[in-house]
Design a protein around this ligand. Structure first.
Ligand code: GLN
Length: 252
């Protein structure tokens, strides 16, 4: 009996393995599925829609890219921190409001940038936190593995709490467990609107944070796929689709 269960389980694992292998070995070059990793907890770029499926600017953008390039896009929701290492095995590419960094470039390539952002600071309403000096020695909430965490790591005396979801950092700000949260400006604005009586959002430029560029993370060295994606992105910018998506998801 036990043996039989193991045999069934093994068959299932092998079947699953071949399925996963099939998806992730596709690179879009033959018009088959493009498995796209994201972390649907980063509004307005990606979140879980009313139908329970990932939605948002990035999701709409990558689907439009897939349509232009003749690739069927399949979205896979996962933790942000595991996206880069999953490219080339579990997923083909990742779109997740991901900032181009030199460190990430050691592992993956990036498409042309599609959005400029900066880290903002969410503080308790009426807080006196206003400049870079004010951040020293604070308890800072961030999302694990993000540029917000990398910035916080550099702040003198800061005590960092890293969460899988940015909203959990904001919840801990509201509970008084952290003094502020460093997160990308658009999600920061969404959280600011979600908790208008509890928080203020201070622009990252007040803290001299550098601008960041979002791009799609790609398997290293796959120039064919990079070209397909960059060409589609360029066409979407030229034909007005990109602007319409910005209007719909970011500026609405
Ligand atoms: N832009 C940030 C980064 O790349 C955060 C992205 C995210 O949390 N989805 O690290």
């Amino acid at each position: 009996m036990k043996k039989k269960i193991i045999a069934v389980a093994l068959t299932a694992i092998v079947a699953l393995g071949s399925l996963v292998g099939c998806g992730s070995s596709s690179n879009g070059s033959t018009g088959d599925a493009l498995i796209v990793g994201t972390n649907a907890a980063f509004p307005p770029f990606e979140y879980v829609g009313d139908d329970g499926k990932p939605d948002g600017f990035d999701i709409a953008l990558i689907k439009a890219i897939g349509e232009k390039a003749g690739m069927e896009v399949q979205i896979q929701d996962m933790e942000f921190d595991s996206l880069v290492s999953s490219i080339g095995n579990k997923i083909d590419v990742a779109i997740a409001g991901m900032t181009v960094t030199e460190e990430r470039k050691k592992t993956v390539d990036f498409s042309d940038s599609y959005y400029e952002a900066v880290q903002d600071v969410i503080v308790p309403k009426g807080s006196a936190i206003a400049t870079a000096d004010d951040l020293k020695g604070l308890k800072i909430g961030v999302q694990l593995g993000t540029t917000g965490e990398f910035i916080a790591d550099e702040i003198e005396g800061a005590e960092i709490s890293a969460y899988n979801k940015a909203v959990d950092a904001v919840n801990d700000l509201n509970n008084g467990r952290v003094d502020c949260v460093i997160v990308d400006k658009n999600p920061a604005e969404v959280f600011g609107a979600q908790f208008p009586d509890q928080v203020d959002v201070i622009p990252g430029t007040n803290f001299d944070f550098e601008p960041e560029n979002y791009a799609i993370a790609l398997p290293k060295g796959n120039t064919e796929l990079a070209e397909k994606i960059n060409t589609a992105l360029k066409e979407l910018k030229e034909d007005g689709t990109y602007d319409a998506l910005v209007k719909k998801y970011i500026e609405e």
